[in-house]
Design a binder for this molecule. Structure first.
Ligand code: FEO
Ligand code: CA
Ligand code: CA
Length: 684
């Protein structure tokens, strides 16, 4: 999801009275644009043929001045862990560094070029609108249609997964990229959508049937074959594997909730034939080579909850999930009645799931796996327990929501790929409780156990999963600071949880701090390191500690496990995480332009040894964007990054950048990054 505080970029367009108005936001951003034009180069060197290597960036720039309107530093956590003396090292003391690259300096939030360290190349591999099939139309932003968009790379790329070809191999030069297209920025996509030329008028979106239908086709997932050739990467438009899933694709549903009557709609009385997957944010690769993609902020597409009668039992649930009382931000409900809850009160129950797709089979019907719960899913990441059971870590990315994991009953079969396809339909979902003493427990969301009984309003396992959030409430799970990516480190078996921010922590009647969420009004976010009991991913108890409390290192409340924070890069708003094959943690951010007034970025940080916590900036993105992915090839020599919503803050007609082109609307794009030497990312 974009931006600083959860879904609030979109809230500003509403009239609900929170935050700045849309016009105020635009005026502020346009004034930044004027500044930008006077001080920065708008075009980039990366806008030509797919994945033409960019000339090396001038990697180092002078640090920017302190932000003028950054949030006030928050109080130090009362019990923030302190690095131990023996664990603290300085760069001069480190030999045989596991990440020897030279950190780049953070770049101001007006910068419209990407930056990487000396010795690295960047290529643009896939852009919004790139045709994915031999007969797909070329990108024509002035004349977009849903039919064309359905055959082109979608908007706002988020998750990136590299799956080698052939299936089951560790090929690093040829594979399938699975890319999520989380949501649309219609003001950046369509000419005339939003007129912001009059600073005294609240802009009114110019929404049409054609625009809405095109937006829906710009959502979903892309599967695209890519290969390394010479000095760079390109995609294969003719590949038999290429596929687009959109907001209208047929999707099946399985698991305990699949037979729930609330899945039935007037268009689908069976409740089994769902149309589309929406707001696909992060995702994960299964051990058997499929991808499970997360439906995150699905609530934003629906409208008019206020028109449901108060005694309708669905109303409380929809409200708990944030369905708007009145109009939605994109007004799809005016053109597609299924998004109008007053007309189709069950349609929202068909979203908020984790969806399994098989990239190696273009005819595979994706399946919403209900055992993984229904909430605003961020990632799904996979591990195999010592006894072979499959474990899925997943989180609900909203303020004060929960961390979950699923444990299968069956075991992974490495010899028979298709034998694994039912593993996610039989098991148990757990929700996390973080105790203040550094221990924790996974509590089963099992119907009939503890408070999940009919007396408390839960009628079946199906019912528990349909309203997973309410089940987590009943169990007293720990309310977190927006769980974004959660991922097990395959080298040390610990699990890393990115908590991106929660400025409502401790405000008004909201929950106050606890040891796992130790900062009030948490603007900068933090990263928790979780250790399962016995190093067993299927364990029902765990230990945890805070690995990084993000923010300006000069702020007393920031903390970097085991390392002197005066040596590290500033970081805020951790979002997507990944690991290289030696277990270094890589963190992409979403929100730094607001909190630190730096562009969002990618950082590498060792998690063990004398460099534990020694975080360095590797990549800087372009104005208005967040950094997603990240994904390494199996040999670590290429890093894929998704640049989501570049130029946000401008409009199609009044852009702040045309990145990665020299003109036209900015285009969300997937980048490939590699070292001149051909070595592993971060090792040179
Ligand atoms: Fe789509 Fe929570 O980021
Ligand atoms: Ca995010
Ligand atoms: Ca995210």
């Amino acid at each position: 999801m974009s931006n600083f505080d959860e879904q609030d970029l979109h809230v500003v367009r509403s009239t609900r009275g929170r935050g700045e108005t849309f016009a105020e936001i635009m005026r502020r951003r346009i004034s930044r644009r004027a500044f930008l034009r006077g001080t920065a180069t708008v075009s980039t060197v990366m806008g030509v043929a797919a994945c033409t290597p960019a000339p090396e960036e001038a990697a180092e720039v002078a640090p920017t001045e302190a932000p003028t309107d950054a949030p006030e530093p928050t109080e130090a956590p009362t019990e923030a862990p302190e690095p131990t003396a023996e664990a603290t090292a300085t760069p001069a003391e480190i030999v045989d560094s596991s990440l020897p690259f030279t950190a780049i300096q953070p770049r101001p939030n007006t910068d419209t070029e990407v930056a990487v360290p000396d010795g690295y190349q960047v290529g643009v591999l896939l852009r919004w609108g790139d045709p994915l099939f031999p007969d797909a139309p070329e990108f024509d932003p002035e004349n977009q249609t849903p039919e064309a968009q359905a055959q082109q790379f979608g908007y706002n790329c988020d998750y990136v997964g590299f799956l080698p070809l052939p299936a089951g191999s560790t090929t690093a030069d040829n594979g399938l990229l699975v890319v999520n297209h989380e949501y649309t920025n219609p003001e950046l996509m369509f000419p005339g959508y939003l007129d912001i030329t009059n600073p005294d008028e609240e802009p009114t979106p110019n929404v049409t049937q054609q625009i809405v239908d095109t937006e829906i086709e710009a959502h979903g997932v892309a599967v695209v074959e890519v290969s390394r050739n010479g000095n760079g990467w390109s995609y294969n438009r003719d590949s038999q594997y290429n596929r687009r899933l959109t907001g209208t694709s047929p999707i099946a549903i399985s698991g305990p909730a699949a037979d729930h009557e609330w899945l039935q709609t007037s268009a689908d009385p069976t409740g089994q034939d769902i149309r589309g997957t929406l707001n696909n944010c992060a995702a994960g690769k299964t051990p058997w080579g499929t991808v499970v993609t997360a439906e995150e902020n699905f609530h934003q597409y629906f409208a008019n909850l206020g028109q449901l009668p108060d005694d309708d039992p669905r109303k409380e649930i929809h409200d708990r999930y944030g369905i708007p009382e009145e109009a939605s931000e994109r007004l799809w409900e005016q053109f597609q009645p299924r998004f109008d809850v007053a007309q189709e009160p069950n349609e929202p129950f068909r979203f908020g799931w984790a969806v399994e797709i098989d990239p190696y089979d273009p005819d595979f019907t994706p399946v919403k796996r209900t055992w993984l719960g229904r909430f605003r899913h961020e990632a799904q990441t996979f591990a195999v327990a010592p006894d072979g059971r499959v474990v899925v870590y997943t989180g609900d990315d909203a303020r004060f929501e929960y961390v979950y994991k699923f444990v299968s009953n069956g075991t992974y079969n490495a010899e028979d790929r298709t034998a694994n396809f039912g593993l996610l339909d039989d098991g148990m979902l757990y929700v996390a409780k973080f105790n203040d003493d550094g221990s924790g427990e996974w509590m089963p969301l099992e119907f009939g156990t503890g408070p999940l009984t009919e007396e408390n309003g839960f009628t079946s396992q199906s019912d528990v999963l349909m309203k997973t959030r309410l089940a987590g409430d009943a169990l007293g799970a720990t309310k977190m600071d927006r769980p974004e990516d959660i991922e097990p480190n395959p080298v040390n078996n610990k699990v890393y949880i990115a908590l991106t921010n929660n400025t409502n922590r401790g405000v008004d009647d909201n929950p106050g701090t606890d040891e796992a969420n130790p900062r009030p009004e948490n603007a900068y976010g933090h990263v928790i390191e979780l250790t399962e009991a016995g190093d067993n991913y299927a364990a029902t108890s765990f230990g945890w500690e805070i690995f990084i409390l993000c923010g300006d290192p000069e702020d007393e409340s920031t903390y970097f496990a085991g390392f002197s924070k005066d040596q590290v890069s500033p970081i805020a708003n951790p979002d997507n995480v990944a690991f290289d094959t030696v277990g270094n943690l890589w963190i992409a951010t979403d929100g730094q332009p607001r909190t630190l007034e730096f562009n969002d970025a990618l950082f590498g940080v060792p998690v063990s040894g004398p460099e534990r916590g020694y975080l360095k900036q590797f990549f800087s993105s372009v104005a208005g964007s967040e950094v997603c992915g990240p994904e390494f090839t199996p040999d670590d020599t290429t890093l894929f990054l998704a640049i989501q919503h570049p130029g946000e803050g401008g409009t199609y007609d009044v852009p702040i950048t045309s990145w990665p082109e020299e003109s036209g609307p900015p285009r969300p794009s997937v980048l490939a990054i590699w070292a001149d030497s051909g070595g592993a990312i971060g090792q040179v």
